[in-house]
Design a protein around this ligand. Structure first.
Ligand code: BGC
Ligand code: BGC
Length: 612
């Protein structure tokens, strides 16, 4: 008896254990779908196709679909297939080795082909921050950042800019833009002030709808439209002190009155996705706030689309990674921008589901939302890039639209003795300042790279080039970076402002002009000629101590590549119409200052702007 146990039963028992463990996963895999499965057939409704596809999916495949990886963190493109990844993104500045539109399309098609080799052949959604044009791609048209678009007061123009952006993004294959940012920035110290349309909920409301209509068009299936993603839900622009990723301290009434209206109109326009905010509301991180993510956004407002996390944002929740994953998915996030260690994310969520910490219904709901968007985008029928769109990237017609946005975004704040518009026959114009001949500075952050940078980073027209192109052949135009040598000029145009920045890198305690910029102006001023100051900046800067010395002052925001729009205004081909999307504070002590405040006494009020 003893013997037979040792020689027979024990080995058999061990064998059973080992085999049991090894075979448990494959055994749970449903049979492969038939060739003519419903989900593969576009004559069925999206709902039928989603339900069918879901029925074939393993838990692992479902979790893969909820995973978004930044392209530079893929150990191998093959992992898209192995893990059935739902989405890949280009983080700021992440593109193909050669930064040109065709190479982007090749890159996209390669990732897509790997996704289609997966067991169920589910295409990926590829996402990027195309926040003012297809801004990571060299040669694309770069539109003004949203703060400038807000000053146009022209939703039709904002819709057009988004439509053009969608075409340029689609030309490189990409399906999804993390835009528009519909933050309502209430404190200009915030480094993301320029990403919002302005300080009032009204602007967010009007422009969110226009912009989403532009990106998504009538139908997501149209090859020239892309999925939009209003961000960052909720109250990213309301943080105390303008701290990036900080804490919005306000009542629910203020939350709904100031920060919510943009989302209501974004959903009305049919936005297929929304991104959650890094920030907190009254001390609680948005990524773990079920009341707001599920209660408000999904239940109360009825948002049917994909709620995506921000970059590694769940890691900021209190507790260990298991709790980060559990809390955020249960709070209502459908897709996680992991964006790096996806293997850990996947095993963590898998374990949490198996342990009953995350209900399977929550997973099915998330995957249903993701697949629905993929079917609606027509990705199963048209997974690859439509290369016929490539010649449109940065084409003349698109640049003309960019120029129109620039003209309408400029705000003329001072025009003493009607020094503007200038005559195209002016004898000698001195152009000065580091911003006058710098495409990178004109574009600001989120251009080619995450932070943006000064210099000749992409194609476009600098302000100096635009002036040279506009004046008569007899006019002499000289450029002096530091403003010296202004001797015999008739007029000085000085272009100053902020160097590019993005996100927390742009948070500032002081918004004073730099000494370097003040010196340039003073050098030109010394010669006694009238001075026109053009400010390139992501927000109002404090100009009170200096402005009396200037004859004219134009806020140009971050206009992008089409500097010709600035010359159009300088020389009167366009009579300025732009109106401030932000209150212009007289000094730092006034900040935060916003339209409707008590004791409102700014340098220029919200909505201010001169014409000729
Ligand atoms: C930003 C988002 C952006 C994401 C992807 C985050 O750091 O907050 O606005 O969409 O990165 O680049
Ligand atoms: C990425 C950005 C991202 C940021 C978040 C950067 O490294 O390129 O896309 O928004 O990190 O902090």
């Amino acid at each position: 008896m003893k013997r037979s146990f040792i020689y027979f039963f024990l080995p058999a028992f061990i064998c059973f254990l080992v085999l049991g463990c090894v075979s448990s996963e494959p055994a749970s895999e449903p049979p492969p779908p038939p060739e003519d499965a419903i989900y593969r057939n576009p004559s069925y409704t999206v709902g039928q196709r989603v339900a069918d596809l879901l029925s074939y999916m393993t838990l692992e495949e479902k979790i893969g679909q909820m995973t978004q990886v930044a392209k530079n963190f893929l150990s191998s493109p093959n992992d898209i297939k192995t893990y059935c990844l739902g989405s890949v993104l280009s983080g700021g500045g992440m593109g193909p080795v050669k930064n040109e539109p065709g190479a982007w399309a090749d890159m996209y098609d390669h990732y897509q082909s790997v996704a289609l080799e997966s067991r169920l052949g589910i295409p990926i959604l590829y996402g990027i921050d195309a926040v003012h044009g297809h801004n990571t791609v060299k040669g694309a048209v770069i539109f003004p950042h949203n703060i400038g678009l807000g000053c146009t007061g022209n939703p039709a123009l904002v819709e057009k800019a988004a439509q053009i952006t969608a075409i340029e993004v689609a030309a490189t294959g990409i399906d999804w833009t993390f835009a528009p940012c519909i933050a309502v920035p209430r404190d200009e110290r915030w480094g993301r002030t320029y990403e919002g349309f302005g300080e009032t909920p009204g602007l967010a409301e009007i422009m969110a709808e226009a912009s989403i209509r532009g990106y998504q068009g009538e139908s997501l299936e149209d090859g020239k439209t892309i999925l939009a993603c209003p961000k960052h839900f909720l109250a990213d622009g309301g943080t105390k002190g303008g701290d990036d990723q900080g804490n919005a301290e306000c009542s629910e009434e203020i939350l709904r009155k100031i920060h919510l209206p943009g989302y209501i109109s974004a959903l009305k326009a049919g936005s297929g996705s929304v991104m959650a905010s890094f920030s907190s509301w009254n001390g609680k991180k948005m990524h773990g706030n079920k009341d707001l993510l599920t209660g408000l956004l999904k239940n109360e407002l009825g948002f049917p689309g994909i709620l995506v996390s921000d970059w590694k944002a769940i890691d900021q929740l209190p507790g260990d990674y298991t709790s980060d994953v559990t809390i955020s998915i249960n709070a209502g996030l459908d897709m996680i921008m992991v964006p790096d260690d996806y293997k850990t994310f996947i095993t963590t969520l898998l374990t949490a589901v198996k342990n009953g910490k995350v209900p399977r219904e929550r997973i099915d709901d998330a995957v249903k939302r993701i697949l629905t968007i993929k079917f609606k985008l027509g990705l199963f029928e048209q997974p690859y890039t439509d290369r016929s769109l490539l010649p449109l990237v940065g084409c003349e017609e698109h640049r003309e639209a960019g120029r129109e946005c620039v003209r309408q975004s400029l705000v003329l704040l001072k025009n003493k003795n009607n020094v503007l518009p200038l005559s195209k026959e002016t004898g000698h114009i001195l152009v000065a300042g580091r911003g006058a001949d710098d495409i990178g500075m004109q574009c600001g952050g989120w251009t080619i790279s995450w932070q943006g940078m000064t210099g000749d980073i992409t194609e476009g027209t600098t302000i100096l080039e635009a002036i040279q192109k506009t004046v008569s052949s007899k006019t002499k135009v000289t450029y002096s970076r530091d403003g010296s040598g202004a001797g015999k000029a008739d007029i000085g145009i000085v272009v100053i402002g902020e160097n590019p920045y993005a996100e927390m890198e742009g948070d500032r305690q002081s918004l004073a002009l730099s000494t370097m910029d003040i010196n340039v102006i003073n050098n030109v001023k010394k010669t006694g000629i009238p001075i026109i100051v053009i400010l390139i900046s992501g927000r109002p800067l404090i100009v009170t101590p200096e402005i009396d010395k200037w004859d004219a002052f134009i806020a140009a925001w971050l206009p992008g590549t089409e500097g010709q729009g600035i010359a159009d205004v300088l020389f009167g081909d366009y009579n300025p119409t732009g109106k401030l999307s932000h209150t212009w504070p007289a000094d730092m002590k006034q900040i935060p200052i916003n339209e409707g405040d008590n004791d409102y006494d700014p340098l220029f009020p919200f909505g201010f702007g001169l014409s000729y």
